[in-house]
Design a protein around this ligand. Sequence first.
Ligand code: ADP
Length: 326
Amino acid sequence: MSGIRPTGFLHLGNYFGAISNYVKMQEDFDCFFMVADLHSLTTHPDTAALKANVHRVLAENIACGLDPDKVAFYCQSHVHETAELYLYLNMMAYKGELEKTTTFKEKVRLNPENVNAGLLTYPVLMATDIILHRAKYVPVGKDQEQHLEMARTFANRFNHRYGDVFPEPLAFNYNQSLLKVPSLDGEGKMSKSENQMATLYLADSDDMIRKKVMKAKTDSGPTEKNAPKPDYIENIFLLMKLVCPAETVGKFEDDYNNCVIRYGDLKKQLAEDMVNFIAPIRSQVDAILQDEEGLKQIMLKGAEKANTSAGETMKLVREAMGLNYF
Ligand code: ADP
């Protein structure tokens, strides 16, 4: 089970941290993937663009290979049991532990005008989404590690208090370690809403991709053979490994180690491989977005599957909690 907030255009971090794993998992597991529209309300209360953003997230996931026939692909707000389980879990989540969450502190810093209770309890809602389907594996990027730890805490606390209902959810990535796709300026991660010129979006035009890659931070190159790479150069190599053929990466690694690297050439190559990776996804998204009726049918089918699963879990929850009076 996993989700993506409809707060803007999806980017390379969402692709490699999350969606590429969804697409593999759909062949091996019984999967639930959602557009986390309720989560987006914690930071984006204005809903004027919400419908278009929900459509975009649906279309972008499908263009990346997610198959709504193989998984439950749904909108969070279409599963009303979410609100019920969130209520129960909130009574097992303590103010102190929520206030210590790194993402909460970061969001307070970025937006001190809107420190709402939903923002504080974001990890509770996320735990709810996961355990509502009694999910075991949660494909997410490295930025979600702490939230997953909290989801395990809340699931265990419920089990301890009311009896075993939930498995312990684990962060999942086929490549073993969780991934953080860095931003092009060497500062932080690629993100939907921050750092836009340093983030590569799946909707970026070929020229925009070239422009962003060519502006990536580099320096005048190493002066000693086999020198360690500074973080911002390591980041560029990480991006190359994601989209360039292995021999291209190998050639530039050798050039670096022999102090003959030309970052201009490296960035030109990276930009072209990035264009080749993103352009086909972008044009498919445009086609999927044209078909509003198709998107509606996908949401309805996904909601039906998610509601069935949530309904089964909530029966167990109410029984375990003693909320069944007749
Ligand atoms: P964003 O932070 O861009 O708003 P979300 O919070 O909606 O994205 O996260 C959706 C998924 O994408 C999560 O699983 C998250 O871990 C993953 N993700 C987001 N940014 C990155 C990144 N730069 N590198 C790896 N994974 C990421």
